[in-house]
Design a protein around this ligand. Structure first.
Ligand code: F0G
Length: 337
């Protein structure tokens, strides 16, 4: 399948002759969720953004940000990240033949994401500080040196990510009433809202933050954010005002979900729906189950990243393996017992 820029070029800031760096991102599955629907009492669909090439929604924005970096003659791309942006930036930089440098909070990113960034040849810098500080530093770095900043403060990232809203409207004939989405740095909710607004459809935007990292819910930055959902461990979202505008002008809301609620939704999705997402992604479903969606009848929950990103948390949450001697009787007991 062709990538996003080819598919939506007339709605993106790219001319036909512009260079395109793509890994065939976008066009992700949208599937019904019978178990979640039953529990929530509404029709629920899941948008599987973990099916993107690097396993998260970041690829939508990254194809645009890195293509623009090539167009502008940049030599390197940099970002701060809780992991997924780093993996995606590293992959697209490799594809484009650019240098990549990613700054991540030391010890606080999921193993799969770290493996990806390293394998793609990026320089991975482990900062003794959190994501918010990393973003501050990388913004200063980009202001002083000729490197392209590919965080979602980059407009091209939002442009690319808005295409997910177009896909939802193409797939659901009668549209959707509400969108449930995890909120970290608040780029993605901003992007969906832009996409919906451009398409002239305005579902209720329901943003969910982890309780220990919920600045938008409190209306104030959180100095030391903490949550099992490491991807959204963010205390000072860059797109704060735009995210709040999306939620208020759509009649939506921003709410908090506890780590316990996130992990319960994470397990339900995997064992009940057959969908393995990462903990941060499960915040959308946790939020729907905890807070409802008002009078919405059809709801889409965005599952932002693949479960394989974070094998550590999965193994902590899952059942244990069953050991067996290598003979039939033992296997029978192990399988059928
Ligand atoms: N879900 C996942 C899996 C993420 O990786 C992120 C953000 C979000 C949700 C929240 O999206 O920031 O646009 O509100 N991850 C960023 C990163 C911060 O560095 O990978 P947002």
């Amino acid at each position: 399948m062709v990538g996003l820029i080819e598919r939506y070029r007339e709605r993106l800031p790219f001319a036909p002759e512009d260079p395109v760096v793509s890994l065939g991102e976008g066009g992700t599955p949208l599937i019904p969720a019978p178990h979640v629907s039953e529990r929530a009492g509404v029709e629920v669909w899941l948008k599987l953004e973990g099916a993107n090439p690097t396993g998260s929604f970041k690829d939508r924005g990254m194809t645009c940000a890195v293509s623009a970096a090539v167009r502008e003659g940049a030599q390197a791309v940099v970002c701060a990240s809780t992991g997924n942006t780093a993996a995606s930036a590293a992959a697209y930089a490799a594809r484009a033949g650019l240098r990549g440098a990613v700054i991540v909070p030391e010890g606080k990113i999921a193993t799969g994401k770290l493996a990806q960034a390293l394998m793609h040849g990026a320089r991975v810098i482990a900062l003794r500080g959190n994501f918010d500080r990393a973003l501050e530093l990388v913004r200063e770095l980009a202001a002083r040196h000729p490197v392209a900043l590919v965080n979602s403060v980059n407009e091209l990232r939002i442009e690319g990510q808005k295409t997910a809203a177009f896909e939802l409207l193409e797939a659901l004939e009668d549209g959707l009433d509400a969108l449930c989405i995890p909120v970290g740095n608040a780029g993605n909710i901003t992007a969906y809202w832009r996409g919906f607004t451009e398409a002239g459809r305005r579902p209720r935007m329901l943003g969910f933050q982890a309780a220990g990292a919920a600045p938008l819910v409190h209306g104030a930055p959180v100095a030391d954010p903490e949550t099992v959902a490491s991807a959204i461990r963010i205390g000072r979202p860059a797109r704060w005002e735009e995210a709040m505008d999306a939620m208020t002008s759509s009649g939506g809301a921003v709410r908090a979900v506890s780590d316990q609620q996130i992990l319960a939704a994470y397990r339900l999705l995997a064992a009940g729906e057959g969908v393995f997402c990462e903990p941060a992604s499960a915040a959308s479903v946790a939020g729907l189950l905890a807070h409802g969606a008002g009078d919405a009848r059809r709801v889409v929950c965005v599952l932002t990243g693949h479960g394989l990103k974070d094998p550590q948390t999965a193994l902590e949450q899952a059942g244990s393996v069953v050991p067996s001697e290598s003979e039939l009787g033992a296997i029978e007991r192990a399988v059928l017992g």
